[in-house]
Each structure stands twice: as structure tokens, then as C-alpha cells.
Ligand binder design. Structure first.
Ligand SMILES: NC(=O)c1ccc[n+]([C@@H]2O[C@H](COP(=O)([O-])OP(=O)(O)OC[C@H]3O[C@@H](n4cnc5c(N)ncnc54)[C@H](O)[C@@H]3O)[C@@H](O)[C@H]2O)c1
Ligand SMILES: O=P(O)(O)OC[C@H](O)CO
Length: 333
């Protein structure tokens, strides 16, 4: 297949590496200077400096050139870049099948990525998300990983999962687009919370409790939005939650660790140099939870920390001080 990967950050670069083993791949980035540097050095020095480019990876800073005659477009910008990128694709009259790999809810609209795609490309039916436990650096180093390709059009998910699948990047098909997107978005909020708890030295018991109750929270929201509980047991549910809450490479977890050190959000984001989707998404998730009357105390605590100047200690006291309740639901309820 001829594939255009749009977005030359860590994850776009890693996916381009993975797919160019079997396909003709062009990696497009919006920053022409950076793309010239990448071509000259065959390195993405800003976002993935330790991984040299495979010889057969093509690069472009010209979107119309990158998408010319492609069989698949894969958008790998942060969620904030999804809509602007789709608008450019619409302007160029691109109608190739479309996948995206951004994880989050769109800031302001609180829309999931597939809803943004539906607004910008209402007639395109071959669309879906690629999501799951996958640190860019490991994928770029050729270490094995498994992700989910989810689409409401299951035949599309099945066929493109088969096309893109490889021994090092195993791809599973799923028809639960909502569940897969919610899992991928909200695990980032839970990783911030886990980073805070670990940074405060709360120990491994507390970490396991947070991850488990985080999963309960994600599941409630996913089901309220029409997703399937089964996906929460899958790669984009518990799989990505575990990876992001415990893995040192997680940017969202690093945000939490730095919050526990008492650093301001601005300082943290400047130090990170990468996107941390859990930061803008936490606010949208909380809005959505309030609208749907879904109980999401960990998300609310993360929002207190990020946006209301609460200290980690205050937030933890409030979370631990809540009244006891049934783990699942009261018998007979
Ligand atoms: N890094 C990972 O391990 C990983 C894994 C799975 C999913 N993701 C998801 O992939 C998405 C991208 O993450 P990343 O790690 O590549 O981020 P990053 O911070 O490494 O890089 C972001 C890239 O997006 C580009 N960008 C930002 N806005 C853009 C726009 N409007 N148009 C075009 N390009 C734009 C930036 O120039 C930069 O190249 C996020 O939603 C993230 O959650 C990341
Ligand atoms: O580094 P993070 O926290 O953005 O997580 C990266 C991926 O989403 C992990 O699957």
C-alpha cells in the first residue's frame, strides 16, 4: 500500500518506521525546516533522537505531494491538530481511507476523534482509529507491540488490520470505535493521577488501587457514551492504562510526577517538549462526565490539580476521605 503518515512527532515517526517495512510510506510534517533537517540527518532529532531512519522512509513537508495517490492516510497529530489537518485534506479533495492515532477529546467541543472526522468528512465510511499500548520509542526500535484498529465499519477494520499487521506490530480489529477511543483518551488522565501518587511516595498498593478504580471510571464513561465494556479489558482499555500508568516513557505519567514535586503546569509542559494529551483531555472528560452524570472522582481530582491550584496533598485527602461505597453495585440494585 501507499501510505501517508501525517504528523512527524514521536508517534507519527515510529508508525512510519513500522509500516515502511512492508509499505511505501511518506512521513509528512508541517515544519519545513525540521523536515529538511530530518532528510539531511535521517533522524528526528527533536522527537525521537535515538532512532535512525530506515533507508526506505520518504519524507515531505508538502501535504499535497505526501497524499498524492495514496491508499491510506494516517493522521498522527495531537488531537488539537486533527481538525485542521482534516480541513487541509478536504481542501485537497483527498478521499482515501483514513485512520487516526490521536488520543483525547477535542478541547472546547469535547468530541471524540471519530466525531471530529464525521463532521469534517461526513461521507467517508472507510475510517477508524489505531490505538493501544505503544510507546513510540519502543516501536521505533523495532520492539514488539500490539494495537487495535477500530471502526464502525468492521470489514474496513478487519481488512486494514490485516494489511498493516506485522510480527513486530500486531494489529487486532475491533468494531467498538467509541470504547477504543475513550480508553485511549482517559488512560492519560489516570496516568497523571498515578504519577502524582508515585511522586508523593504512596507506594505500590496505592498505585494498583488507582489503576483499578481508574479502569472503573473509564468503563463507566465508555459505556455511558455507547462503548462496550469488553473493550475495557482489551489493548485500548486495561492494556494502555497499565502501560501509561506504570511506564517511565509516559509523558502523562511524567506530568503527574512533576506535579508531585510542586512544579507549575507551565513549567512542566515546557520541560516535557512533547504533547501530554491528558492535560487538555481531563477538562473535557470532566465536562462530559458531569453532563452524563457519570461519577469520575479521579478525573475531578486531576482537574483540581491542573486547573484550580489545589495541592497534591489536598486532592489526595479529598479522594481518600470519600464515604465507602460498593465496589461494583449494591446487591439487588
Ligand atoms: N508518543 C507515543 O508514544 C504515542 C503513542 C500512541 C499514541 N500517541 C498519540 O499520538 C498523538 C501524537 O503524539 P506524539 O507523541 O507524536 O506527539 P509529539 O509531541 O511527539 O509530537 C507532536 C507532533 O504533532 C505536530 N503537530 C501539532 N499540531 C499539528 C497540526 N495542527 N498539524 C500538523 N502537525 C501538528 C507537531 O509539530 C509535532 O511534530 C497524540 O494524540 C498521542 O496521544 C502517542
Ligand atoms: O507518553 P504518553 O503518556 O502520551 O503515552 C503514550 C502512549 O499513548 C502509550 O500507549
Amino acid at each position: 500500500m501507499k501510505i501517508a503518515v501525517l504528523g512527524a512527532g514521536a508517534w507519527g515517526t515510529a508508525l512510519a518506521f513500522a509500516f515502511c517495512r512492508q509499505h511505501h510510506v511518506t512521513l509528512w510534517g508541517r515544519n519545513a525546516e525540521q523536515m529538511i533537517d530530518m532528510q539531511a540527518t535521517r533522524l528526528n532529532r527533536r522527537y525521537l533522537p535515538e532512532c535512525p531512519f530506515p533507508a526506505d522512509l520518504h519524507l515531505s513537508a508538502d501535504l499535497s505531494e505526501a497524499v498524492l495517490g495514496v491508499d491510506l492516510v494516517l493522521v498522527v497529530t495531537p488531537i488539537a491538530g486533527l481538525r485542521p489537518t482534516l480541513r487541509e485534506l478536504a481542501r485537497l479533495k483527498v478521499d482515501a481511507p483514513l485512520l487516526w492515532a490521536c488520543k483525547g477529546f477535542e478541547a472546547g467541543s469535547s468530541l471524540l476523534p471519530h466525531q471530529v472526522v464525521a463532521e469534517e468528512f461526513p461521507h467517508l465510511k472507510s475510517v477508524g482509529v489505531l490505538s493501544g499500548p505503544s510507546f513510540a520509542r519502543e516501536v521505533a526500535q523495532g520492539l514488539p507491540a500490539a494495537v487495535t484498529l477500530a471502526s464502525e465499519n468492521y470489514a474496513f477494520a478487519r481488512d486494514y488490520a490485516r494489511e498493516l499487521h506485522s510480527p513486530l506490530l500486531r494489529i487486532y480489529a475491533n468494531d467498538d470505535l467509541v470504547g477504543v477511543e475513550v480508553g485511549g483518551a482517559v488512560k492519560n488522565v489516570m496516568a497523571i493521577a498515578t504519577g502524582v501518587a508515585d511522586g508523593l511516595g504512596f507506594g505500590m498498593n496505592a498505585r494498583a488501587a488507582l489503576i483499578t478504580r481508574g479502569l472503573a471510571e473509564i468503563t463507566r464513561l465508555a459505556v455511558a457514551l455507547g462503548g462496550s465494556q469488553q473493550s475495557m479489558m482489551g489493548l485500548s482499555g486495561v492494556g494502555d492504562l497499565l502501560l501509561t500508568c506504570t511506564g517511565a516513557l509516559s509523558r502523562n505519567r511524567q506530568v503527574g510526577l512533576k506535579l508531585a514535586e510542586g512544579k507549575s503546569l507551565d513549567t512542566i509542559l515546557a520541560e516535557l517538549g512533547h504533547v501530554a494529551e491528558g492535560v487538555p483531555t481531563a477538562r473535557e472528560v470532566l465536562k462530559m462526565a458531569e453532563r452524563l452524570q457519570v461519577d469520575m472522582p479521579i478525573t475531578a481530582a486531576v482537574c483540581e490539580l491542573l486547573y484550580h491550584q489545589a495541592t497534591p496533598q489536598q486532592v489526595v485527602e479529598r479522594l481518600l476521605g470519600r464515604a465507602p461505597k460498593p465496589e461494583f453495585h449494591a446487591p439487588g440494585a
